[in-house]
Design a protein around this ligand. Structure first.
Ligand code: KG4
Ligand code: ZN
Length: 343
């Protein structure tokens, strides 16, 4: 289906409020992200009710801002796409209701976007790779809330190959960082501390390394960090370095297994906040190189939560003739493999 105009994307599933306007070919016309990190930092994690209220107060201004900078009037849009799950229900209700209201009042199509599908389709955005990533590819989603290996076989066709049995990888970084006395969110702080440490000083476990499949587990590693800190076995920098080396080794091992489970994959795509970690990145690059595949990591602002990916998922769905009804209810849990491909 041809799109009659640009698409507005809205993201509000966690603690980033974001809006973006993309031309029908995927060109980014305007984008904005308001990160609520400071609102939540003193609580050491995202407080759902505070997040919902913050989305409510920031979203209208963000949307007005991107529409103005894109030079697009609401009636000229080709559709509105809003994240409708999975995520924190309060924020999902705010974003999806706002998007539906805007679409309904201007006679536009509405797309209820699955946040994970938006991450999964990001490497297909024109401009990141010549021609965009080609199906099928393997996606490693490594964020604070998600940790999974997904075979992306087509629009709406996803096979989850493995996931975490306990904490997400970003959550593991945040918990280890907290044990080391670092501020939340701790991933980037831990990486900086690790840069001055010696990973060989502290032996830490590498959970599930070498096991069949590509599931993850990080709670044992976190416990080991807690014990190392409590016993004062080494300098915090050494513990941080060892933790990061352990995560990188485990993630690389899981990625190797996942690639074997996704024959025909044209690329190894890495997304989510942890894709910013240089140790993890280097380990995954080696895995991709050994498999003779390119490793694609979108620029970090497109790896972390944003609305460009939501608008793009909307464009892919609208092009395939897929829209959602006004009574589509936001879903706090919405696994990727429950999506239906276009017929
Ligand atoms: O994708 P993201 O921005 O948000 C969601 O979780 O949805 O990911 C944030 C996570 C946090 O856990 C943060 O600590 C982690 O990504 N992170 C990192 C780094 N930068 C962000 N972890 C390790 N090293 C980093 N450089
Ligand atoms: Zn996300």
């Amino acid at each position: 289906m041809d799109l009659k105009g640009p698409v507005l994307g809205i993201e509000s599933s966690c603690d980033e409020t974001a809006a973006a306007v993309l031309a029908p070919d995927g060109t980014i016309m305007a984008e904005a992200v308001f990160s609520q990190t400071e609102d939540h930092a003193r609580f050491g994690g995202v407080v759902p009710e505070l997040a919902a209220r913050a989305h409510l107060s920031h979203l209208p201004g963000l949307v007005a801002g991107v529409m103005e900078r894109a030079g697009v009037a609401p009636g000229d849009l080709g559709g509105v796409a809003a994240t409708s799950g999975p995520g924190l229900i309060g924020g999902l209700i705010v974003g999806a209701s706002f998007g539906k209201g805007m679409a309904l009042s201007h006679g536009l199509s509405f797309v209820a976007v699955n946040h994970l599908e938006a991450h999964a389709l990001t490497p297909r955005l024109p401009g990141l790779l010549p021609g965009g990533a080609v199906f099928p590819y393997l996606l490693l989603l490594l964020s604070g809330g998600h940790c999974q290996c997904v075979a992306v076989e087509g629009l709406g066709r996803y096979r989850r190959l493995g996931t975490t049995l306990d904490d997400a990888v970003g959550e593991a970084f945040d918990k280890a960082a907290k044990l080391l006395g670092l501020p939340w969110p701790g991933g980037p702080h831990l990486e900086r501390l690790a840069a001055g440490g010696d990973a060989a000083r502290v032996p830490l476990p590498r959970p599930l390394l070498g096991r069949a499949g590509c599931d993850f587990s990080f709670s044992g590693l976190k416990t080991a960090v807690a014990q190392a800190v409590a016993k004062g076995v080494a300098a915090p920098a050494d513990i941080a370095a060892s933790f990061q080396a352990s995560v990188a080794a485990v993630v690389a091992d899981r990625a190797r297994h996942a690639l074997a489970m996704a024959p025909g994959a044209t690329a190894l795509v890495v997304s989510g906040g942890v894709a910013a970690n240089s140790g993890v990145r280097a380990a995954l690059m080696a895995v991709a190189a050994a498999a003779g595949l390119p490793m694609v990591a979108p620029p970090i602002r497109l790896c972390t939560d944003n609305a460009v990916m939501v608008a793009w998922a909307g464009i892919e769905r609208l092009r395939a003739g897929l829209t959602d009804p006004w009574d589509h209810a936001p879903r706090p849990r919405w696994p990727l493999d429950e999506l239906t491909p276009p017929t």
